[in-house]
Design a protein around this ligand. Structure first.
Ligand SMILES: Cc1cc2nc3c(=O)[nH]c(=O)nc-3n(C[C@H](O)[C@H](O)[C@H](O)COP(=O)(O)OP(=O)(O)OC[C@H]3O[C@@H](n4cnc5c(N)ncnc54)[C@H](O)[C@@H]3O)c2cc1C
Length: 488
């Protein structure tokens, strides 16, 4: 019997498969499609997400397919700047830049290639899972090989539904969706530049806050450029994505002489969260659990965070080191976090989508606050048995860059770790680490970057989980033991 079956090998399933494989679990990852979905979807991810990709082992290759984003500008119909939202061009607290542009199929290909080296991970493409039977000790997945119609089954201790917006696993869990209120149709138009583009819009993303037709421009990687254009009353949804209808919508920026159409498609941007992310041995992650309008570029990022949060918990439970109730902390922590991002995206979407006089007035009042309104939010995880909001619990750790140029996460591996002031490290502290249910790596804060981080936390020690969120801070071995007791 396998430890975990993952249904869906999109970016979230492929990230989870990599993390579980790295942790030594036996995994089967199913996707009904035989190929990666070829068309562009996500174009942005953040530094925290890059840090998870670092853990998944793909950053050296991924960097060749990314570029650092300088940020976003909001302009009115006359081109007047309403708000400038620049993103730092330096490496930030995650050890990576705060904002990257990329092409989703490139990322998915790298994640899948990395799985080839993960002993213990089987990839089952062209396999459509149509049923999951529940037993006391495991689940049985039933699936069809779409190439020949052959039916087969496989047993696993846990199943994670990374099966996207129309998730089978969500239906089997019986979870309804909480509606956060935004469901708007937009045309997404991806263009490939043919050569020099004299009317170049530059490297910033631009929100064209035009009440007659709100639109977004995104500078993609290489020669890729995207326009997202809101559908207005009277638009013909079935016809608008035809080339002869797309070009007039973008004629003030680009023409068929300058670019080819990669695709044009109408999407309804949803804002929903599943009410239950777990039933027994079945769990949800990614779009199966939540969907956000893309105004903050956070949909996939949220799913990647799910994968990081879930991977170590599944390992802890499957290995018998922690009780299965640890898995209840998954939704408790992730739901409030992702809800905060979705609510901000909905709020931003309402401003961008302002079309009548009152909405435009409201927008201008909000934008008068400047980029404060949009400043990148870094919410803590929701309250769970693991974090009580004391001592920074549930906040994201920094990733110090070490003197030899290496990354802290690579040094400690995908483990718990304790960073301690060198003066606090004695036999009692080491014994408190040995007693921990999840054996931590002990790191003396004897490098400037690590010491600075500990100083910023105002603590003698900090305990970091394998998903790089803080279990908490401590100053004595007794306090450290109390932190371990949260893991049961
Ligand atoms: C226009 C647009 C722009 C976006 N921009 C951004 C952005 O800039 N940044 C960002 O972070 N996010 C963005 N997103 C969101 C992002 O694309 C999604 O959040 C992400 O693809 C979700 O990944 P996933 O792995 O959860 O699901 P999916 O990518 O949907 O993958 C689900 C997989 O499950 C498989 N599957 C489903 N059911 C079964 C079954 N029964 N058996 C076997 N296989 C099954 C499917 O074939 C599919 O491969 C954007 C989305 C859109 C549409």
């Amino acid at each position: 019997m396998l430890d975990v079956a993952i249904i869906g090998l999109g970016p979230v399933g492929a990230t989870l498969a990599n993390l579980l494989g790295k942790l030594g679990l036996s995994v089967a990852a199913f996707d009904r499609a035989t190929e990666i979905f070829p068309l562009p979807r996500a174009v942005h991810f953040d530094g925290e997400t890059m840090r998870v990709f670092q853990e998944a082992g793909i950053t050296p290759q991924l960097l060749d397919y990314c570029h650092v984003s300088p940020g976003m500008k909001f302009v009115d119909p006359n081109g007047k700047l309403l708000v400038d939202w620049p993103r730092p061009m330096e490496v930030g607290s995650q050890g990576w830049h705060p904002s990257y542009r990329f092409h989703q199929p490139d990322l998915e290909r790298l994640l899948r290639e990395r799985l080839h080296d993960r002993r213990g991970v089987q990839v089952k493409l062209g396999c459509d899972v149509y049923a999951v039977d529940e037993h006391d000790t495991h689940l049985t997945l039933r699936y069809e090989d779409v190439c020949n119609g052959r039916l087969a089954s496989l047993d696993a201790r846990y199943v994670v539904g990374c099966d996207g917006a129309r998730s089978l696993v969500r239906r089997l869990i019986g979870s309804e969706l909480e509606d956060l209120g935004l469901h708007e149709k937009w045309l997404v138009f991806d263009a490939i530049l043919k050569g020099p583009w004299p009317r170049s819009l530059g490297d910033f993303s631009i929100q064209f806050c035009n009440p007659r037709r709100p639109a977004t421009y995104v500078r993609g990687v290489g020669n890729r450029r995207r326009w997202e254009i809101m559908l207005m009353p009277g638009d013909n949804v079935a016809e608008i994505s035809r080339p002869e209808n797309i070009w007039p919508l973008v004629e003030s920026w680009i023409s068929p002489d300058e670019a080819d159409i990669e695709r044009g498609a109408v999407y309804t941007f949803h804002s929903v969260i599943a009410q239950n992310w777990r039933k027994g041995r079945m769990l949800l992650a990614g779009d199966a659990a939540h969907q956000t309008p893309p105004f903050l570029g956070q949909g996939m990022c949220a799913g990647v965070r799910d994968a990081a949060n879930l991977a170590w918990k599944l390992q802890a439970v499957v290995s018998g080191r922690c009780a299965s109730s640890l898995l209840d902390t998954y939704q408790a922590e992730r739901h409030p976090h992702v809800a905060e991002y979705i609510r901000l995206a909905v709020r931003l979407g309402r401003l961008i989508q302002a079309t009548d006089g009152a909405q435009v007035q409201e927008r201008d009042q909000q934008f008068a606050q400047g980029p404060e309104l949009l400043r990148s939010i870094t919410p803590a995880l929701g309250a769970s048995a693991l974090n009580d909001a004391q001592g920074g619990a549930g906040t994201l750790s920094w990733q110090p860059l070490l003197r030899d140029g290496s990354y802290m996460d690579d040094k400690v591996g995908m483990n718990f770790y304790v960073v301690a002031q060198p003066g606090l490290i004695d036999d009692e502290l080491k014994a408190a680490c040995t007693a921990a249910v999840m054996k931590p790596v002990l790191v003396p804060a004897n490098e400037p970057a690590i010491a600075d981080w500990l100083d910023a936390l105002g603590a003698g020690m900090v305990v970091v989980r394998p998903d790089r969120y803080l279990l908490g801070t401590a100053n004595t071995p007794q306090e450290l033991r109390r932190l371990w007791s949260r893991l049961g």
